[in-house]
Design a binder for this molecule. Sequence first.
Ligand code: CP3
Length: 335
Amino acid sequence: MGNLCQTLAGKKDGAPPVWLMRQAGRYLPEYRELRQTQASFLEACYTPKVATEITLQPMRRFDLDAAIIFSDILVIPHAMGQDVSFVRGEGPQLGPLQVPRLKYDPQALASVYEAVELARLAIGAEKDLIGFCGAPWTLACYMVEGRGSKAHDGVRHFALSRPQEMEALMELLVDALSTHLVAQAKAGASVLQIFESWGGACPYGGLEPFVFGPTKQIVDRVRLACPGVPIIGFPRGMGEHLVDYVKKTGVNAVGLDYTMNPEAVNQRLGKGVPVQGAVDPQALVVGGEILRQEVQRYKKAFKGRPHIMNLGHGVVPNTPPKHVEAFISYVREAS
Ligand code: CP3
C-alpha cells in the first residue's frame, strides 16, 4: 500500500504524502516537447504509450507519492457521443448537446485503461496511482454550455427550464462515470478522485439533485464493485457546504480549494476524515519563503488529522519546475 492509501485509511505519522493536481502538463518542458508530436490533446490522451509517458514525466523528476493518470474529464462526454475538441489557447469546445442521443460506449475508453495498466507496472509498488473523473454537475456545465465559462448561466437555465432533460443527463452521467471509475480501479488505480471543479457555480437548490445525490450514487456503485479503493472528492468552491458534501456523498476524503480556511474546516469536519490540499497554485509560482510558509500553514492546521499535501487547484503553466522540488522538500522538513 502506498503512502497515499495509508493516509486515506487513517494513518497519521511523519510528513504527509504529496502529489499535485495537474502535476503532468505544460509547465514541464518534456511535456511540451512530446505534446508537439501529437496531432491533438485528445490523441495524446487516447494513445496508451503517450498517456503513460506523460503520467510518468513528473514521477521521474520529483519524489511524489502518487501519479495521476494522464487523461481529461471531458473524455466522458466524448465517449457519450458529443463532439469534444481542444482549441489551442481557448480551452475545450463541445458540440451541441442532444440528451436523447447520448449513448455511452464503454469500449471508447479502452485505451485509457490500457494506459492505467502500463503506468501501474511502471511506477512501482510503493507509489499510488490515481484514476479520476469529473463529477456529473461539472461535466453538465461543459456539456450544456459547450465551453468553459465563469457564471454558468447556461447550465443553471437549462436545469430550471428543462428539468426532465437535466435529470436524464444526470442519470446517464452517473452510469458512465461509475463504469469509468470502476474500469480504472480494475486496471490498477489504487485511489480515485472525483473533480467537482464547478461545484461553486451550483445554485443552492441544485446541490441535492445535481451534486450530492449523483455523487453519492457514483460513490455507492464504485464501492460495491471495488470496496478497497478510496475515493477523494474535490468540490471546488463548495465553501460552507463542504461538511454537507462529505456527509451526503460518502467520499472517503475531501480536497479543499485555496479559498477555504483550513482551521475552520479542521474544526467542523468529522473526526478522522482525511483532507487534501490546499496551497494556492500561485504560491508554487512564486516559490521560496512564501511557498514554505504556505506549506507549513497547512501542515500545522492539519497536524491532528490525516492529511495529503496538494495544491488548492491545478499547477499553472508558468510554474518553475524547480519550485515543485522545493515544495516537496518543505513538505518533508521538520515543522
Ligand atoms: O496531471 C494531471 O492532473 C492529470 C491530467 C488532467 C488533465 N486535466 C490534463 C489536461 C486532469 C486530472 C484534468 C482534469 C480536468 N480537465 C478538470 C478538472 C480539474 C480542474 O482543473 O478543475 C477540468 C475542468 C478539465 C477540462 C479541461 N481540460 C480544461 C478546462 C482544459 C483547458 C485549460 C488548460 O489548462 O489548457 C483542459 C486541457 C488539459 N487537460 C490540458 C492538460 C495537460 C492542457 C492541454 C494542452 O496540452 O494543450
